[in-house]
Design a protein around this ligand. Structure first.
Ligand code: SF4
Ligand code: SF4
Ligand code: SF4
Length: 266
C-alpha cells in the first residue's frame, strides 16, 4: 500500500501533523517560529510528521514550497539494513516499522537513513518515526494524516493505483509547473510515500537520486556476515581449546588418583 503527497494541492494547514499526534498519542512540544510560518522545523521522537515551508525567490518573485516530511517507507530501506539488532522490518503492507522490544537506541538507523528521519529518544533509548499507522491500515482505514487531509493532497491506496494517480496528476500539472517533479525513488525500489513536487528535489532539501549509502551495503553484505563468521570461528576455537584443556586436566587427575591408588594398595 502507498500514500501520495501532492504539493500542488497542499494548503500547509498542518492538520496532518495534528492528526498524527492525536492518533499516535504523541505529546505537543514547545516550538518557535524559525522562518515564515515554520513552527516545527524537524522530526523528533514525538513529532513524526510536519510541513516544511521553503521560500524560493526567482526573478523578484517568491514561490512557497510546502512538503510533508515523514518516513518515506523505502522499498530498499537503509535504516533496516544498518540495524544490527534486526529491529527494523517491512510489515505485510510494505511499511517500515521498528520493533521497540529489539531496538537498543544505538542510532545506526538515524545516521544511515537516506532521508535522515528516525530519532532516538534520550529517555527511552529507542528510535522513533512514522509507522504508517498499522493499527488503522491493518483494519482497512487510511492513515490518520491521510484521513484528515481535506484538499486530497494526501491519498492512500494500492501501490499501482497510487502510481497511476500520481502520473496522471503530474502530467496535468506540467503546463502550469514545467519544473514539477514526480519523486518516486526508483533506486530504492520505490518509496511508499510518493511525492508530486512543484520544483526539483533540491529545492525541498531532497537528494536528486536517493540511494542506500555504499557503507551500508558493505556493512550488510560483506562486513556483517564476515563478522558473524569470525565470531562463530572465535567461539568454536574457544570451545575446542576448552575441551582440550578439560581433557588434559581429566587425564592428569585420573593418572594422579590411579598413582595414589597404586601407592595405597602396594
Ligand atoms: S492536511 Fe493535507 S493540506 Fe493540510 S498540510 Fe497536511 S497534506 Fe497539506
Ligand atoms: S526514510 Fe529512512 S527511516 Fe524511513 S524507511 Fe527510508 S531509510 Fe528507513
Ligand atoms: S502514516 Fe500515521 S504515523 Fe505516519 S505520518 Fe501519517 S499519521 Fe503519522
Amino acid at each position: 500500500m502507498s500514500v501520495l503527497y501532492d504539493a500542488s494541492k497542499c494548503t500547509a494547514c498542518q492538520a496532518c501533523s495534528v492528526a498524527c499526534k492525536q492518533w499516535n498519542t504523541l505529546p505537543a512540544e514547545k516550538t518557535t517560529f524559525t522562518s515564515s510560518y515554520q513552527t516545527h522545523d524537524q522530526l523528533t521522537p514525538k513529532t513524526w510528521t510536519f510541513i516544511s515551508f521553503d521560500e524560493v525567490y526567482e526573478n523578484n518573485k517568491m514561490q512557497w514550497l510546502f512538503r510533508k516530511e515523514q518516513c518515506m517507507h523505502c522499498g530498499e530501506a537503509a535504516c533496516l539494513q544498518a540495524c544490527n539488532h534486526d529491529a527494523i522490518s517491512h510489515n505485510e503492507l510494505g511499511f517500515v516499522v521498528i520493533d521497540h522490544n529489539k531496538c537498543i537506541g544505538c542510532g545506526f538507523c538515524v545516521t544511515n537513513c537516506t532521508f535522515h528521519v528516525p530519532r532516538v529518544d534520550p529517555i527511552t533509548h529507542k528510535s522513533y518515526k512514522c509507522t504508517g499507522c498499522p493499527d488503522r491500515v491493518g483494519n482497512g482505514l487510511a492513515p490518520a494524516c491521510v484521513q484528515t487531509c481535506q484538499p486530497e493532497a494526501l491519498v492512500y491506496g494500492k501501490r499501482e493505483d497510487i502510481m497511476a494517480l500520481a502520473e496522471a496528476r503530474f502530467k496535468a500539472l506540467q503546463p502550469l509547473y514545467p519544473k514539477a517533479n514526480l519523486y518516486s525513488a526508483p533506486n530504492l525500489q520505490g518509496i511508499n510515500f510518493t511525492y508530486i513536487l512543484l520544483r526539483e528535489p533540491k529545492f525541498y532539501g531532497l537528494p536528486d537520486e536517493p540511494h542506500v549509502p555504499v557503507s551500508v551495503h558493505a556493512w550488510k553484505q560483506v562486513l556483517r556476515p564476515f563478522g558473524e563468521i569470525a565470531i562463530a570461528g572465535a567461539l568454536l576455537t574457544t570451545a575446542i581449546s576448552f575441551i582440550k584443556t578439560r581433557k588434559k586436566d581429566d587425564e592428569k587427575s585420573t593418572g594422579k588418583s590411579r598413582d595414589q591408588g597404586v601407592g595405597k594398595n602396594g
